[in-house]
Design a protein around this ligand. Structure first.
Ligand SMILES: Nc1ncnc2c1ncn2[C@@H]1O[C@H](COP(=O)(O)OP(=O)(O)OP(=O)(O)O)[C@@H](O)[C@H]1O
Length: 517
């Protein structure tokens, strides 16, 4: 394990000509604010002039982006990263899907794809886990799309596949990957997520959406309230980030969803990057008794034999910084990131902290985006896609951006506030070094009193790619303060202001009100 050197990065050529992993091929092409997107011909018939023009414009942009990406990717060769020697061209899939995969510039399967697509294509229930950024999205989408294609699903059959995602951004991203995969298919596709007009979504559902990507709360809403939502013919239920779905108070909603969905003849698929007891509980809820599960369930654990929970191309480290210097270090880091044109995500523990730091940094001309749960959905989505498309830049965020988001070319993950749990750490750092041969760095800021966290880190040291936690020593003492120390001059003595007493000494005649939080 190599500790991260804060300043050791050599400046990157401003054109960013480095090889981009194939990851970008499935990037969301453009943000379109309609609630439900259909890929099928049936949607384009009634579309007005403005929508048509916008769609044409988007398609043109998509094509441009794709050809740019292809150049960067070097025609999708098999690298030494996450890819196996198995080829998509050897899979027993329709020409429609095969052509779409070719357009996306993928040739070789990743390990999770190679191990889970065959049982999924045979119709088995599957519970799979693999590291962040290992290609799980295609692993569950390809068999699901093939299933509906084989069954010749049409809009009048209603919904045949539901993909459940824990966050709205992840749902939109998954929808966009499905959109690319289904470009030659006649089946329809859409998404329903919170924060968007329910009625508009209901109208689209009435037209018949074959592959539906949804967040749990909104799906349940429609199941209970939208009479024209047809899901009796559901053939496959996919739950992405299964552990997170249970965490976010979705448990009750999930129970109700399971009650309402048809069980007979339905394939159920759980995917996650981190296995927790919650996933086991979920399996009980989803697949029934242990005996039943042993009979029917296929378990695919790509990394079970591995000691690391994070990917090879990820460099990780932490540094211990006293609270009064933490912002200064962040400022210096981001300033350098800006000048080197790198792409950085900074994680904070609360929405307010993200808001505060975004305002402060933008004010002092460190331009940055911010995403947190208190933003309106359309702001969240458009910020996400702006950062997604940006060649470089800074995104301040809460854990809402920690899971599943596939943002290309993120160079650094900074955890300004440490995560609550080990698995949050794994998901946060998983936003970099994604896809084949992906590379990136992650740095964790710790207060001296948070050093105890390292006991936890140590207990999962192998997951963090080090046997002993690395330490970055930051010589934060300025030479002036060292000099002062030598002379034993304590500036705090005169006015009493210091780290432990930020308001200074209060004399007996001082009428100021002091409030400490
Ligand atoms: N067969 C493949 N060849 C090359 N790149 C691939 C392949 N499959 C997926 N990728 C790329 O790998 C990146 C990560 O894929 P994906 O988002 O599906 O990962 P994930 O396992 O779902 O990650 P997370 O757990 O963080 O959600 C994407 O950018 C995707 O384009």
């Amino acid at each position: 394990m190599h500790p991260i050197k804060l300043c050791a990065r050599s400046p990157r050529p401003s054109s960013k000509k480095r090889k981009r992993p194939a990851a970008a091929a499935a990037t969301p092409p453009e943000y379109e604010p309609e609630p439900v997107h259909d890929t099928s011909a049936c949607n384009s018939e009634g579309e007005d002039n403005a929508t048509g023009k916008r769609r044409e414009h988007n398609n043109k942009k998509m094509e441009e982006e794709k050809s740019k990406r292809k150049k960067k990717q070097g025609e999708g060769k098999k690298g030494s990263g996450i890819l196996t020697d198995k080829l998509f061209s050897d899979l027993p899939i329709s020409d429609l899907t095969a052509n779409a995969i070719r357009d996306m510039n993928y040739t070789h399967l990743t390990e999770i794809q190679a191990r889970s697509i065959p049982p999924l294509m045979l119709g088995s229930d599957v519970m799979a886990s693999a590291k962040t950024g290992s290609g799980k999205t295609l692993a569950f989408l390809i068999p699901a799309i093939e299933l509906l294609c084989r069954l010749r699903f049409s809009p009048r059959n209603g919904t045949g596949v539901i993909v459940l995602c824990p966050t709205r951004e992840l749902a939109i991203q998954t929808h966009n990957v499905a959109k690319e995969l289904m470009r030659y298919h006649s089946q329809t596709l859409g998404y329903v997520i919170g924060g968007i007009d329910l009625r508009g979504e209901a109208e689209q559902l009435a037209k018949g959406i074959n592959v539906l990507v949804a967040t749990p709360g909104r799906l349940l809403d429609h199941m209970q309230k939208t009479k024209s939502f047809k899901y009796e013919c559901l053939k496959c239920l996919i739950i992405d980030e299964a552990d997170r779905i249970l965490e976010q108070n979705f448990e009750e909603q999930m129970k109700q969803i399971f009650k309402l969905l048809p069980r007979q003849g339905r394939q159920t698929v759980l995917f996650s990057a981190t296995q927790t007891e919650k996933v086991e509980d979920f399996a009980k809820l989803t697949f029934g008794s242990k005996e039943e599960r042993q009979r029917t369930l296929v378990y695919v654990g790509v990394d079970d034999h591995e000691s690391k929970a994070t990917v090879e191309g990820l460099k990780q480290g932490y540094c211990v910084i006293p609270s009064e210097r933490r912002f200064l270090v962040l400022y210096a880091f981001l300033k350098k990131a800006l000048s080197e044109k790198t792409k950085v995500m900074v994680f904070f523990s609360s929405c307010n902290s993200v808001k505060f730091h975004a305002q402060l940094l933008n004010f002092i001309q460190i331009e940055c985006y911010d995403i947190h749960g208190q933003l309106k959905q359309h702001q969240r989505t458009s910020t996400f896609f702006k950062f997604h498309k940006a060649e470089h830049g800074i995104l301040l965020c809460t854990n809402v951006a920690a899971r599943g988001l596939d943002i290309p070319d993120v160079d650094y993950i900074v955890q300004y506030d440490p995560p609550d749990e080990t698995k949050d750490y794994i998901h946060r750092v998983g936003r970099t070094a994604r896809g084949d041969n992906g590379k990136g760095s992650a740095i964790l800021f710790l207060l001296p009193k948070e050093l105890q966290l390292l006991i936890h880190l140590k207990s999962v040291a192998a997951s963090f790619c080090f046997s002993e936690p690395p330490k970055v020593n930051l010589d934060l003492e300025s030479s002036a303060s060292k000099h002062r120390k030598k002379r034993n001059v304590n500036t705090g003595r005169r006015h009493g202001i210091g780290p432990s007493n930020p308001y200074g000494r209060k004399g007996s005649d001082d009428r100021r009100q002091f409030a400490r939080f």
